[in-house]
Design a protein. Structure first.
Lengths: 112, 115
């Protein structure tokens, strides 16, 4: 089955800095890669996703890049704000198998 | 409804007791997923449904866990004879389409504590 590795497990940045979270996946058939943000005591919320037919996608301060050859994808957050503090999860799924496999999460702390 | 509704928010059970969790998916969503999140944040997939049919149950512990999605009723996840290691937050999510093509909308979770 699919295996998703996520790094780092914790990330501390100063407000205004950029944050990068990286994930690798094992199943070359995977073609959908969402990122979820989970705040304390809440369920995960989708913040951005990318499909295997594109290499990069951007939504305001958030961007995701995908390298299919290397089987890794990354989340980039620019101009971080304290409200970006949360746990971020990457995930992957393949075309014939709908279940998402999640990484183990990155706790992002943005200090004012 | 406009959001995935999970009940109860918190449930405490003694080891060996039964626990039952409920999930009402977003109206119009055909797919329901159950995930278990343990203390170290890791999400473990349990089971998914397409309407009332089991779609994928590869993550489901066979012995004590069962789940149903019946027409006109909330979906349910039941754990018979709970064990300490069942303590976790159980998330339900729903989707209009299969998980690999569309967004999963998660509920707020049900925290199960087994003493």
């Amino acid at each position: 089955g699919e295996n998703v590795e996520q790094h780092p497990s914790t990330l501390s940045v100063q407000e205004g800095d950029s944050a990068v979270i990286k994930c690798t996946y094992s199943d070359s058939a995977s073609n959908y890669f969402p990122w979820y943000k989970q705040e304390l005591g809440k369920g995960p919320q989708l913040i951005i996703d990318i499909r295997s037919n594109v290499g990069e996608k951007k939504d305001q301060r958030i961007a995701v890049t995908l390298n299919k050859t290397a089987k890794h994808f990354s989340l980039h957050i620019t101009e971080t704000q304290p409200e970006d503090s949360a746990v971020y999860f990457c995930a992957a799924s393949n075309s014939g198998y709908s279940t998402l496999t999640f990484g183990k999460g990155t706790m992002l702390l943005v200090s004012p | 409804g406009e959001e995935v509704a999970q009940t109860p928010k918190h449930l405490v059970r003694g080891e060996g007791q039964k626990a039952k969790l409920y999930c009402a998916p977003i109206k119009g969503h055909s797919y329901v997923f159950w995930y278990q999140q343990v203390l170290k944040n890791e999400f473990k997939f349990l089971i998914s449904f397409q309407n009332e049919n089991v779609f994928d149950e590869t993550g489901m512990p066979k012995e004590r866990f069962s789940a149903k999605c019946l027409p006109n009723s909330p979906c349910s996840l039941e754990i018979q004879a709970t064990k300490l290691e069942d303590s976790a937050v159980y998330f339900c999510a729903s989707s209009q389409t299969q998980g690999n093509t569309g967004e999963l909308f998660f509920g707020e979770g049900s925290r199960l504590t087994v003493l």
